[in-house]
Ligand binder design. Structure first.
Ligand code: FAD
Ligand code: UQ1
Length: 404
C-alpha cells in the first residue's frame, strides 16, 4: 500500500530540511519521517564545543521540537529498501509504502576500523569532536595540556565536513598560543590524504596558520590503532609510490577523526553505487533507475562537500524535483554542488570556504574568499545555529534563493 505520499528516512539535517521545503510548497502532502532517535543534533557546533566556545547542550534538541509542522514522525529504524514495490523495510520486519522516497540517514562513523579506538576514546587524552559524548573532553584535554605531544588525525575521504579535523588543530593551537605554552607542545597533523584542503585556493592561507602554529604535516599517514593506556598510536605511512611503513607515535593528546562510511543498510541495497552511497544524478538528486527515489545530505553519492551547508541548497532543489515527479513531469531544478566549510583558524576568525562541484568557488558575500575574518566567526558561532534551526529546518529559503 502507498501509505505515504513522501516517506523520508532520517530526521537529521537533510531529512528535516527536505520535509520542511516540501510542506512549504504543498502543505496538503502526506509526509512521514522515519527516525529512531529522540534527539536531533546540530553537529556543526561540536567543533566549537571542543574549543570551549559553545555549550554542548545547545547542540541537542528533542526530535518532537524540530519535526516540521505537518509531518508525521515514525519512531523506527529502517533496515532495507524494496524500491520495486515502493516499500522500505523496518528492523522489526514491518514495511512502509510510499509514492516518493527521500533517503537521508547520514553516514556512519566507523570506529571499529581503528583498533582500540572505541575503548580509548575519553581516556588519557584520546578524544574526538565528531562525537557528542566526547567533544567536551577535547576542551578539557586542551586546557590541561601545558607541554608534550599533540596529534590530530584525518582519515581517508569522503568524510563529513572535511575541514573539521584541522579546525580542531587550529583552535587548540590558538588556545596554547594565548596561554604561552604552544612552544612547549609538539603538534602533528596526520592526514590520510595528500593535500591540506581539497580546494587549492584555500591551501596558502591555511599554510600560514600551519607555520604560525609550528605544526608538522604528515600526508598519506593513516591511523591504524591506538592504545590510550600506554598513550601510543600506530600509523601506516605511504610514500608517493604507495610503499607502506608502520610508525609508532607517543602522545599526550590525540584528536581522532574516525573513518566514515555509508550506512550498511544503504550500501547493501539496490539504491547504492559501487562505493555504497545512494546513486544519484548530481544535478536533480534523483536516483537513475528508480525515478521516485531521491537522496540528500551525507548519504548522497554526489561529489559535493558533505556539509549542512550543502543541504541548505539541496533541499529546495529536491523538493521541486520530487513534486514534479509526483505530478508526472520531469525534474527541472538543478543543484550546483554548493558546500561550505567555515575553517576556524583562530578563536574569533574563520576562513569561509564555499565551493561547488569541481571546486569552483561560490562566495555568498562580495569579499575576498580566502581571507580569515571575524565576521565569519560571528556567522559560524552566533548566526548559523539560528539560520539552521529557524530558517533551514522550517523551509524558509530566502538565503538560498529559488530553486531553478
Ligand atoms: P545527520 O544530520 O547525521 O542525520 C542523519 C539522521 O538519520 C540521524 O538522525 C540518524 O539517527 C538517522 N538515521 C540513521 N540511520 C537510520 C535508519 N536506519 N533509519 C532511520 N533513520 C536513521 N556542516 C556544515 O555545513 N558546516 C560545518 O561547520 C560543519 N561542521 C561539522 C563538524 C563536525 C564535528 C561534524 C561531525 C559535522 C559537521 N558538519 C558541518 C557536517 C554536518 O553536520 C552534516 O553534513 C549534516 O548533519 C548531514 O546531515 P544528514 O541529514 O545527512 O545526516
Ligand atoms: C551554511 O549554509 C550552513 O548550513 C546551514 C552551515 O552549517 C551549519 C555552515 O557552516 C555554513 C558556513 C553555511 C554557509 C552559509 C552562509 C550564509 C554563507
Amino acid at each position: 500500500a502507498n501509505d505515504w505520499d513522501v516517506l523520508i528516512i532520517g530526521g537529521g539535517a537533510g531529512g528535516l530540511a527536505a520535509a520542511a521545503s516540501l510542506l512549504k510548497r504543498r502543505p496538503s502532502l502526506n509526509v512521514a519521517v522515519v527516525e529512531p532517535r529522540d534527539t536531533h543534533y546540530y553537529q556543526p557546533a561540536w567543533t566549537l564545543v571542543g574549543a570551549g566556545a559553545f555549550r554542548r547542550r545547545d547542540t541537542a534538541r528533542p526530535m518532537t521540537q524540530v519535526m516540521p509542522r505537518g509531518s508525521k514522525w515514525i519512531r523506527a529504524r529502517v533496515a532495507g529498501f524494496d524500491p520495486e514495490r515502493n516499500q522500505v523495510i523496518l528492523d522489526d520486519g514491518d514495511r512502509l509504502g510510499y509514492r516518493a522516497l527521500i533517503v537521508a540517514p547520514g553516514l556512519e562513523l566507523n570506529l571499529d576500523a581503528v583498533e582500540g579506538l572505541r575503548d580509548s576514546l575519553g581516556h588519557n587524552g584520546v578524544t574526538s569532536n565528531y562525537l557528542f559524548e566526547h567533544a567536551p573532553y577535547t576542551w578539557e584535554c586542551v586546557q590541561n595540556l601545558k607541554h608534550g605531544r599533540a596529534l590530530f588525525t584525518q582519515p581517508p575521504m569522503p568524510i563529513k565536513c572535511a575541514g573539521a579535523p584541522q579546525k580542531a588543530l587550529y583552535l587548540s593551537c590558538h588556545h596554547w598560543e594565548q596561554r604561552g605554552v604552544l612552544k612547549n607542545i609538539d603538534v602533528h597533523f596526520h592526514n590520510a590524504g595528500e593535500a591540506l584542503f581539497g580546494v587549492a585556493d584555500f591551501v596558502p592561507p591555511l599554510m600560514e596558520y600551519i607555520r604560525r602554529y609550528n605544526a608538522t604535516l604528515n600526508f598519506r599517514s593513516t591511523l591504524q590503532a591506538v592504545d590510550a593506556g600506554h598513550r601510543k598510536a600506530w600509523f601506516v605511512d605511504r610514500d608517493q609510490d604507495g610503499n607502506a611503513r608502520e610508525r609508532e607515535e607517543s602522545f599526550d593528546l590525540l584528536h581522532v577523526t574516525p573513518p566514515q562510511k555509508a550506512p550498511a543498510f544503504v550500501a547493501d541495497s539496490p539504491l547504492a553505487n559501487s562505493a555504497g552511497w545512494v546513486d544519484l544524478d548530481p544535478a536533480s538528486l534523483q536516483h537513475p533507475r528508480f525515478a521516485n527515489v531521491f537522496a540528500l545530505g551525507d548519504v548522497a553519492g554526489t561529489s559535493n562537500a558533505k556539509t549542512a551547508a550543502a543541504i541548505r541548497k539541496q533541499a529546495p532543489v529536491l523538493a521541486e524535483n520530487l513534486l514534479s515527479v509526483l505530478d508526472g513531469r520531469p525534474p527541472s531544478a538543478a543543484y550546483d554542488g554548493y558546500g561550505a566549510c567555515p575553517l576556524t583558524v583562530e578563536k574569533g576568525k574563520v576562513i569561509l570556504a564555499e565551493f561547488g562541484y569541481q571546486g569552483v568557488l561560490q562566495p555568498t558575500f562580495p569579499l575576498a574568499p580566502t581571507q580569515a575574518r571575524s565576521l565569519y566567526w560571528w556567522l559560524k558561532a552566533k548566526a548559523m545555529p539560528r539560520i539552521y534551526f529557524d530558517l533551514m529546518l522550517k523551509g524558509h529559503e530566502w538565503l538560498t534563493g529559488p530553486a531553478k
